[in-house]
Design a protein around this ligand. Structure first.
Ligand code: C2E
Ligand code: MG
Ligand code: MG
Length: 669
């Protein structure tokens, strides 16, 4: 029997529906036996045998997987119909309604649902009895015409039983009957509909010999066992072994289902991707077993903050996803992200160690109409990358961040060609020593001379190169050009150190140290001519790898600077681990330090910090003479910025360097 289960309390319409169904059940139970009442032989073993199967079917429903959930079908109705055919409506009503009541009482079903189930079974079985009575089958005999009558009764039972349930579910859930039927009819026909075709066989078997009936137990057992196995297999295919949470396949199924389940054109679904910061470090230091324990604990905590309709999945590794069907505005999404963050609030106890774990969360939502799960997940992934990069805990997807939008893809193709055909150019920005006004170095800053779009700054294409695997070639091109220029200047007697920016992706490239040494060798330069600059926030994201690559370069004398210092969250200990030589204070603190006291304090303390660690300090973004003087007074080592010189092609940079040196040296004199 299909059951309507109240989801959110019982709706008033449902109560009235149950009451009228009960009335109909009473009317049916009285009138149908008037057409024919059959027999109710309490001493007949066959009746008791059928009744036992009805009860067994009610108590042990067969579980079958359906999409992302499990449905139950039962053989009780097939046997109840057999009772109807062999003994008549009285016996069938007593056995079937009785078994439903007993099963519901054992399961402690809520009274209104119990009443519904009893009424539903009484109405369905009486209607089938009426059909059988009206077609005047010679009961218990299975000649050709009787078989037709039996099948008609079975069909009536099927339609009423499921029809009443669908109506009940529609009243409870507010879904339209049409939608429910469209979704369920085929499945119901395949499962419980097919089970009902057992009825004629049961009747025929019992007619032949009573002993044939218990034999039916074995095929029933096989079906039930097969169903269980299928449910277990389906569960395994859709769940993660470690945490028991739904897996990626289930997530996709669920996303497809939300699209199919609703006809609200405005409906949308949101995906929050959760990734742990530095999970690798846990695995590397505590071992994979403890890493697994941590993932289990995290899964449990995340489950505890879920809201009713939400689904939590583990996508693999340290990545989890939360799906929120329905409309969610920015505020709701933000509060979902905060719920997730709160789950990480307390430390995790793993192998006697207390760990603090931080998540990054990428959020994307999409209308369910025409939804392709890949798209919304990819968008959440883009937002996740953004959150990691900015260390902001969570970010909402924005197309502007999306390296893979169509425009971006076209640009990526062009970049590949552009690099090959020499469209990348390197500009140089001078850097002066504040304490004596002499030229100290230059920083190489890449530009792309795009044939249609003109000169593009690094922000427009370096992230693109990072995401399309072009960053390696780009870095090599810039390094080669910059070192060639450095060698040329040295040949002319201008001894400057060359700063080159490294992308965080390059720190994953274990061949990089060897390639750099090759280039230094090619241009006959001592290693300390080269200073690599790495943005603070990016080093901190994966400090362990940064340490390996930078360590190898440091060992041979190449210098390393932390760029945009103050925008990340590096600690002293981390900086020391990295064997850094210089910090470059981010321009956002320097530009207005003459008018903004807070900025001035930050710059002052950074200069002091650098000194106490034995590092040189460069201030970026020096745009005015006042700031230049202030920095000199603070004891800052080097200055870089528009006041000293803009990034320019080599010739222009050389001139700017000479002019700035004259000004500064003049000022010192
Ligand atoms: P960065 O390494 O911090 O470079 C300094 C940026 O600040 C440059 O922007 C420069 O033009 C700008 N700047 C310099 N002085 C001033 C000033 O006084 N005021 C203001 N408002 N801005 C100033 P640019 O060239 O657009 O480069 C942006 C970023 O792109 C660089 O920041 C660097 O992180 C990255 N980048 C540049 N070239 C490369 C490269 O070859 N490889 C990689 N991976 N990244 C690069
Ligand atoms: Mg830089
Ligand atoms: Mg910088």
């Amino acid at each position: 029997m299909v059951q309507a289960s109240p989801k959110r309390g019982t709706r008033p319409g449902f109560g009235a529906y149950v009451a009228s169904l009960l009335a109909l059940a009473v009317v049916g139970s009285i009138t149908v036996p008037m057409i024919w009442h059959g027999r109710f032989p309490l001493g007949d073993a066959k009746l008791w045998l059928f009744a036992a199967f009805v009860m067994l079917g009610e108590l042990l429903p067969i579980r079958v997987p359906r999409g992302t959930h499990v449905e139950e079908v039962t053989i009780s109705s097939a046997f109840a119909l057999a009772v109807l055919i062999v003994f008549g409506p009285w016996a069938a009503l007593a056995v079937y309604v009785g078994a439903c009541l007993v099963a519901d009482l054992i399961r402690r079903t809520a009274p209104v649902k119990l009443a519904f189930n009893a009424a539903q079974s009484a109405v369905a079985i009486s209607a089938a009895g009426a059909v059988l009575g009206l077609l005047e089958a010679e009961h218990g005999q299975l000649a050709g015409s009787e078989l037709a009558a039996i099948l008609a009764a079975v069909a009536t039972f099927f339609v009423l039983d499921h029809g009443l349930a669908v109506l009940g579910i529609a009243l409870l859930g507010g879904e339209s009957v049409r939608d429910l039927l469209r979704r369920d009819v085929a499945f119901l026909a395949w499962t419980s509909g097919f089970l009902l075709t057992l009825t004629p066989m049961v009747v025929a078997g019992a007619h032949e010999s009573l002993w044939l009936i218990p034999l039916l137990f074995f095929p029933m057992l096989a079906i039930s066992f097969g169903g269980r196995q299928a449910v277990a297999n389906a569960h395994r295919a859709l769940h993660d072994d470690l945490t028991g949470l739904p897996n990626r396949a289930m997530l996709y199924k669920r996303l497809n289902e939300v699209g199919a389940d609703t006809r609200d054109p405005q409906a949308s679904v949101a995906v929050l991707l959760v990734d742990l910061d530095d999970f690798r470090a846990v695995n590397d230091t505590l071992g994979h077993d403890h890493g697994d324990t941590l993932l289990e604990q995290i899964a449990a905590r995340l489950e505890s903050v879920l809201e009713p309709d939400e689904l939590l999945a583990r996508l693999g590794g340290d990545e989890f996803a939360l799906v929120r069907p329905g409309r969610s505005d920015g505020e709701a999404l933000e509060s979902a992200a905060k719920r997730i963050a709160a789950a990480f609030g307390a430390h995790f106890e793993i192998g006697g160690v207390s760990l603090e774990v931080r998540p990054s969360i990428g959020i994307a939502s999409a209308p369910v109409q025409g939804l392709h799960p890949n798209d919304v997940i990819r968008h959440a992934d883009v937002a996740l990358d953004r959150a990691k990069e900015r260390r902001t805990l969570y970010e909402l997807y924005s197309a502007a961040d999306d390296e893979y939008s169509i425009d971006r893809l076209v640009l990526a193709g062009q970049l590949r060609q552009g690099i090959d055909s020499g469209e990348l150019v390197v500009y140089y920005q001078p850097k002066l020593a504040l304490q004596n006004g002499g030229p100290h170095g230059v920083e190489a800053l890449v530009r792309w001379n795009h044939p249609e779009l003109g000169l593009l700054g690094p922000q427009a294409f370096v992230p693109l190169a990072e995401h399309t695997g072009l960053i390696e070639v780009l870095t090599d091109k810039v390094l080669d050009a910059a070192l060639a220029q450095c060698a040329a200047w040295r040949g002319e007697g201008l001894e400057v150190r060359m700063g080159v920016n490294l992308s965080a992706h390059s720190l994953l490239d274990s061949d990089l140290p060897a390639r750099i040494l090759g280039l230094l060798d090619r241009w006959q330069l001592p290693p300390d001519c080269l200073q690599l600059e790495i943005t603070e926030s990016k080093v901190v994201a994966d400090i362990e790898r940064a340490r390996k690559v930078l360590g190898a370069l440091h060992a041979v004398g190449v210098r390393c600077a932390i760029d945009d210092f103050g925008t990340g969250y590096s600690s002293l200990a981390q900086l020391q681990q990295l064997q850094v030589d210089e910090i470059k204070i981010d321009k956002s603190f320097v530009i207005d330090m003459d008018t903004n006291a807070e900025d001035e304090t930050i710059v002052r303390s950074t200069v002091e910090l650098g000194r106490s660690l034995g590092l040189t300090v460069t201030a970026e973004g020096v745009e005015s003479e006042t700031v230049c003087r202030q920095l000199t007074a603070l004891g800052c080592d080097y200055a870089q910025g528009f006041y000293i010189g803009h990034p320019l092609p080599a010739r222009g940079c050389r001139q700017a360097l000479a002019a700035a040196t004259r000004t500064l040296v003049g000022a010192h004199a």
